[in-house]
Design a protein. Sequence first.
Length: 241
Amino acid sequence: MTSLTFKLNIPLSFIFLLLFPILISLGFWQLNRAEEKTEILRELQEIKQLPAANWENEGLQSGRLIKVNGQFNSKQYWLLDNKIYRGKVGFEVIMPFYTKGKVALVNRGWVQGDLARRELPKFETPVQEVTITGRVHKNSKNVLIDYQSSSTWPKVISRVSIEEMVKDLAGAELDHIIRLQSDSPAALPSDWPAVNVLPQKHTAYAVQWFAMALALLLMYLIYSTNILRVIGFSKASDSDI
């Protein structure tokens, strides 16, 4: 019976010791993300059962339904670039909405853009006071994309940054955006997911990382030991007979 032997391969061992813990850590990180997203979805489902709240209430949770009466500023608004809706490229329209001396940021939804990027989109905006319904959305910072903005109104922006956007609105102090419900006045087409990545996808990513770690471990064992001979997948050489 062939016994298991190990032959140290320094370069291979270095690569294995470097990559294996990284792959395992990434797998567990994705599992943690899946748990976080599951909890977020559970909380959002509970919040959606609550009645509409007054927008002026403090401490509104993300996802809370609100109703508010006011008027849009159709002269100054932002166009969030590179947004996809049903396979088409366009913008999301974010407008200031003035109510009782205060201002809210309202994401009205999506408009199609000019593929040649020669003209900005045109759309209708109510000129009179309206009562809108929407859900509070507290935007997470995307550190991978720098905030960029054109200099004139309407401003085309690369990502939502409430801190930067409120600098254009004197006296505004905001930590969220209102995303209009599809049946609200002034609503444009929209399809906002509750989370950007579903828990199932995070779990699938975790499986991939763990599979890569397992493949790396098997390769290391195959090239550093005689495990194939031990388990009978490789014939012994004449000298072993």
